[in-house]
Design a protein around this ligand. Structure first.
Ligand code: HEC
Ligand code: HEC
Length: 162
């Protein structure tokens, strides 16, 4: 009995440490992460859990948005303000899910340059346009227009095969 409790404690401790560690030093590791991050890859390894939470919490009201189209600063702002999300409220986020989603989103997106304005919408994001070179995008390009060219966007599939 006592032994079992210790085991639980140790596991909780390790999980806790890795969360705090991940949150705290992540900014220091950003350069490292970016070096091997491709823009729209599906999550691998430790990031799959965060991706699952992301898809669970962030694709009910609208299509799941690929992390790569927005900078880290925008994702952080969104995760920190679930009570004020573009005029609605995102229910059910906990510190635990927020952190795992943040680790995922952070790893699969990039930072803004110094002095660059944080975009609120994809249509203001340099990263979104970088993924659409020479594409004749609709005006305005809103979250509702993605589906025109990405028919499987709801399934988090943005591949375009021609
Ligand atoms: C309760 C419904 C709801 C949930 C849940 C929700 N959103 Fe949204 N989201 C909205 C609405 C409404 C908008 C505004 C859409 C618009 O203005 O066209 C929006 C807009 C956005 C935008 C900007 C879209 C653009 O045009 O660039 C992003 C990014 C976004 N949400 C991310 C998220 C993330 C990340 C989560 C999960 C943590 C999430 N959303 C969960 C309702 C929701
Ligand atoms: C007018 C058609 C069109 C619209 C609208 C559009 N896209 Fe695209 N998208 C494309 C094309 C074409 C490509 C491939 C561009 C290339 O690789 O040169 C692409 C590429 C992408 C990629 C990269 C895919 C990969 O595997 O590399 C992502 C992510 C993406 N789009 C997301 C979005 C989102 C999110 C929206 C809605 C805000 C959107 N797109 C709206 C046509 C469109």
């Amino acid at each position: 009995m006592v032994k079992k409790r210790w085991k639980t404690f140790i596991i909780a401790f390790i999980v806790g440490c890795s969360l705090i560690f991940g949150w705290g030093v992540s900014s220091g590791l950003q350069g490292l992460a970016q070096a091997h991050t491709k823009s729209v890859d599906r999550a691998t390894g430790n990031f799959t859990v965060g991706e699952e939470f992301y898809l669970q919490y962030c694709s009910t009201c609208h299509i799941p948005i690929p992390p790569a189209v927005l900078p880290q600063e925008t994702w952080q702002r969104i995760l920190e303000n679930p009570g004020n999300h573009y005029g609605v409220r995102i229910e059910g986020l906990t510190g635990f899910t927020q952190r795992l989603m943040w680790q995922y989103l952070q790893n699969y997106s990039r930072q803004l340059l110094r002095d660059e304005i944080r975009p609120q919408y994809m249509a203001q994001s340099r990263y979104f346009f970088a993924l659409h070179p020479k594409v004749d995008l609709p005006t305005p390009t809103t979250i509702n227009t993605c589906i025109q060219c990405h028919p499987q966007a709801q399934d988090f599939n943005y591949r375009v095969d021609f």
